[in-house]
Design a protein around this ligand. Sequence first.
Ligand code: NDP
Ligand SMILES: N[C@@H](CC=O)C(=O)O
Length: 437
Amino acid sequence: MTESGKPLKVAVLGCGSVGSQVVRLLQEQATDLAARVGSPVELVGVAVRRLDAAREVEVPEGLLTTDAEGLVSRGDIDVVVEVIGGIEPARSLILSALEHGASVVSANKALLAEDGPTLFEAAEKAGRDLYYEAAVAGAIPILRPLRESLAGDKVTRVLGIVNGTTNFILDKMDTSGAGFADALEEAQALGYAEADPTADVEGFDAAAKAAILASLAFHTRVTDADVYREGIAEVSATDVASAREMNCVVKLLAICELREQPDGEEAVSVRVHPAMIPRSHPLASVREAYNAVFVESEAAGQLMFYGPGAGGSPTASAVLGDLVTVARNRRNDVRGPGESSYADRAVLPMGEARTRYHVAIDVDDRAGVLATVATAFAEHGVSIRTVRQEGRDDDAQLVVVSHEATDAQLSATVAHLQGMDSVREVSSVMRVEGGAE
Ligand SMILES: NC(=O)C1=CN([C@@H]2O[C@H](COP(=O)(O)OP(=O)(O)OC[C@H]3O[C@@H](n4cnc5c(N)ncnc54)[C@H](OP(=O)(O)O)[C@@H]3O)[C@@H](O)[C@H]2O)C=CC1
Ligand SMILES: N[C@@H](CC=O)C(=O)O
C-alpha cells in the first residue's frame, strides 16, 4: 500500500506512439494526477529497445533503460505500464512485474487475447491489479462499462467497429467508389495503415479485440483462436456499390453474441468479418478511422460507445485512466474486480453462427433459372427475403438477400449453386447485420 503523500512509483515499458504520450501526460498532468490519486505519481524508469532513438517526448535524464527486466524486478515499483506490444518479452515482463509486487496497466490486445488467462491468474495470485482499457478501441471507455457499469445487467450482443484502419479504407471505398487497393494506398499515405497492413486488413487486430470484448461481456474465457476471422481484402467496389443499392454500407464488424442452445445452455458466438449494415444503423455513421461499439443488454437496451480507437494521445488517455484507478486501489489497499469468467460458456463454431446473406450469382439469362436457384436455397433451408435480376444476357446476375440462416446452411447453398449448369459463378457472398429480419 502507498501511504498518503508517499510517491507512487511508475515504470513505463515502451516509449513509442503510446508510451511517449503516457510519459508526456505523466509529466504535464503531474499536479492533477497527484491530487486525483492522493499522492505524487513518480516516473522512475522508461524501458526501450534503443537508447539513441528519436522520441516524441523528452524523457528525464537517467530514466531511459534497455534493461526492462531489471526495471520491473526492482521490487519498489507500484505500477508497471506495458506499452511494448507483441507477445514476448511483454508477457514475461508483466508476469515478472506482478511477481515483484507491481500492479500492471497494459494496452496489449494481442497478448491479452492470446494468453489473457495466464496474466489474470498471475494477477490474482499476486493480489495485484491488471487493467487494459486501451487494448480495445483506444480512447473509448468500453471495457470498464462492460466489466463494471453493466455488471448487474445481461449483455446479449456486442457489435463493434474496432479497427480504424479498415474503417477508413471501407469508408473511402463507400464515399469515393475507390477499389480496395487504392483506398489502402491512401490509408498508408495518410499514416492510418502501416507499411505491412496485414494485422489490420486481415482482421487479426479486430479478432483480438473481439476476444477481449466477448470475454468481458459474457463472463467467460474467449481467446483469439476462438474467433472466426475474415478480413476486407476481398471486398470489391462492386460489393460496396451493391450495399449502397440496398441502402447499406459495408463495415468490418466484430460480433459477439450470447446464444441460447436447444438444451437451454448459453453459448457464445464470436466473429470478425465484413458485413453490410443498414445506413440507418448507428454504426453506419462511424466514418473515417473512428471506432464504435454497440452493446445490447436485457435491461439497458441499446448503448453506443464512440470515439478515436487509436493514436498515441487518445490511447494514452485510456492508459492514464487505468493508472489512476490502479493507483487509487493501491492507496486504499483494495483490488479492482479482476477477471470474471465464472460462466465458462462454450464457443460455437462458425457454421452455427446465424445471420442474413447478400449473394450475387452470375447466371444464364433464360426462363426457369430463377426457379432452380430458389430451389437450391430452399433445399438447404435458407429462406429468401428478396431477389432481383441485374443485367441481361451475358451480364445477367441474380442478387438474393436471405432471411436468417446458419453459416453452414449458406455454405452448403453456395456449394450447390456452384455445381449448377445455369450458374456461371457465385461472384459475391456478404453477410448482412443489424436492422430487422
Ligand atoms: N498505436 C496505437 O494507436 C495503439 C496501440 N495500442 C497498443 O499499444 C502497444 C504499444 O503500441 P505502439 O506505441 O503503437 O508501439 P510502438 O512500436 O510505437 O512502440 C513500442 C515501444 O516498445 C519498445 N520496445 C520494443 N521492444 C522492446 C523490448 N524488448 N524492451 C523494451 N522496449 C521495447 C520500443 O522501443 P524503441 O522505441 O527503442 O524501438 C518502442 O518504444 C501495443 O500493444 C499496441 O497494440 C493499442 C491501441 C492503439
Ligand atoms: N491498428 C489499429 C490501432 C490499434 O488498435 C487500428 O487501425 O485501429
